[in-house]
Ligand binder design. Structure first.
Ligand SMILES: [Zn+2]
Length: 73
């Protein structure tokens, strides 16, 4: 039989809250994995000068390479 003192209650609370966080993280990761490659493909750009691959979520014209600082059209 479990003796319900303060240490057992704290350990049980931490374990349950970590379990909930891990379950929510797994659900979020699995649902995100299906849609992210298609949704990010339109923001994908490559620098014409240094070849750096980056995401341009704002689609500015001209774009700005984050590595070499050159402008992209
Ligand atoms: Zn560049």
């Amino acid at each position: 039989m479990i003796i319900w003192d303060f240490n057992v209650i704290v350990a049980l609370g931490i374990t349950l809250s970590l379990g909930v966080v891990i379950i929510l993280w797994v659900i979020y990761t699995l649902s995100r994995g299906r849609t992210e490659p298609l949704s990010n493909r339109e923001f994908f750009r490559q620098c014409g000068f240094c070849g750096y691959l980056f995401f341009d979520y704002f689609k500015r014209t001209p774009g700005h390479c984050p590595r070499c600082g050159s402008y992209q059209n």
